[in-house]
Design a protein around this ligand. Structure first.
Ligand SMILES: Cc1cc2nc3c(=O)[nH]c(=O)nc-3n(C[C@H](O)[C@H](O)[C@H](O)COP(=O)(O)O)c2cc1C
Length: 311
């Protein structure tokens, strides 16, 4: 998606959302886009010596919608800089072409504007895509989708999810084992880090989803390591050393996550999270109450009062 802007004869800023943008030439660098002849701002673009094309970033859907609306100030609330010919430049986009108008061609009910690129900025943000009537995220096509998975599991979502989960956790599991603890201890500490003072029974339920059973031994080990204590025989609380230890463990988990995502760029990581959330939503009807986000995060979590990661 792009937003094309220019400055009108009266010095007013004008712009519109356009997906007709394309590249034309490398030498000299030229681009084109087309404008509806009936557009209320056609006269401004016909007279303008310069225009700017903004390749919108994936989080700029509101900007795209704003510049497609009639009867509003399309620049309201936006930070605007000035480019060649005093053309308004928008911030936060993926890339930006400043152009000198070279040609205006007849294009049926549209006018085709070709412009020579006089300045170009790339901001390294993933672009906003429009396809089939919907906004989308861009993902590069995989060269091969085989690799580490066996032919048996290639088409099985549960196998792929399970294997990815297992492999993601392996380095962390090794670290936990080096410390003489196991997955269950780690899960208890993670659950506590989202808000301590839970009952033994509640923590056991929270760890259920891993398929592991929590028993008194697990709490006894963590208490012997002086990471937790059980208040009044029921409420599990961190000792002074507990939160730091939990944070270190989870930092090791985050670093494993970064390694696992090594072959993905930041846009693909985002895409993967979007897709996983959809799977979670689609399969979450029977989710136990205590696994709903609002029931996991408490005021007294170790990550700060707002409660950690976004949804
Ligand atoms: C996804 C999308 C793509 C668009 N692409 C173009 C385009 O390439 N050229 C164009 O003239 N208008 C395009 N429009 C329409 C304009 O953004 C805008 O709605 C129109 O210019 C408003 O009318 P006005 O120009 O009379 O103010 C597009 C709108 C949307 C939502």
């Amino acid at each position: 998606m792009t937003v094309v802007t220019t400055r009108g004869a009266e010095g007013e800023d004008v712009g519109l959302t356009a997906n007709s943008f394309n590249s034309v030439s490398l030498d000299p660098p030229m681009v084109l886009w087309s404008l509806d002849r009936k557009s209320s701002i056609a006269a401004a673009f016909m007279a303008a010596e310069h225009f700017a094309v903004h390749i919108l970033a994936s989080d700029q859907e509101p900007v795209s919608n704003q510049f497609a609306k009639r009867g509003i100030d399309r620049f309201a609330g936006l930070v605007v800089e000035r480019g060649h010919g005093d053309v308004p430049l928008l911030a936060g986009c993926s890339a930006r072409f400043e152009c000198r108008t070279s040609y205006r061609h007849d294009g049926g009910d549209h006018i085709i504007f070709a412009g020579e690129v006089v300045a170009f900025d790339s901001f390294g943000r993933a672009p906003l895509v429009f396809h089939g009537g919907n906004y989308g995220l861009l993902m590069k096509k995989a060269e091969d989708d085989e690799g580490a998975t066996s032919s048996f599991g290639d088409d099985w979502l549960d196998f792929l999810l399970g294997r990815a989960y297992f492999q993601l956790l392996m380095p962390l599991r090794a670290e936990v084992e080096r410390q003489g603890l196991d997955d269950v201890h780690y899960n208890i500490l993670s659950a506590l880090s989202a808000g301590e003072g839970r009952s033994v029974a509640e923590l056991s339920r929270m760890v259920d989803f891993t398929g592991h059973r929590v028993d008194d031994e697990h709490f006894a080990t963590l208490a012997a390591r002086k990471l937790i204590f059980i208040e009044g025989g029921e409420r599990v609380r961190f000792t002074e050393a507990g939160p730091r230890y939990a944070v270190e463990m989870m930092a090791a988990g985050k670093s494993a996550e970064a390694d696992a995502a090594g072959e993905l760029d930041s846009n693909e990581v985002r895409l993967l999270k979007v897709l996983l959330k959809r799977v979670i939503r689609a399969t979450g009807q029977g989710l136990p109450e205590h696994w709903h986000k609002e029931n996991i995060w408490r005021e007294n979590n170790v990550w700060g009062a707002t409660g950690g990661s976004s949804t």
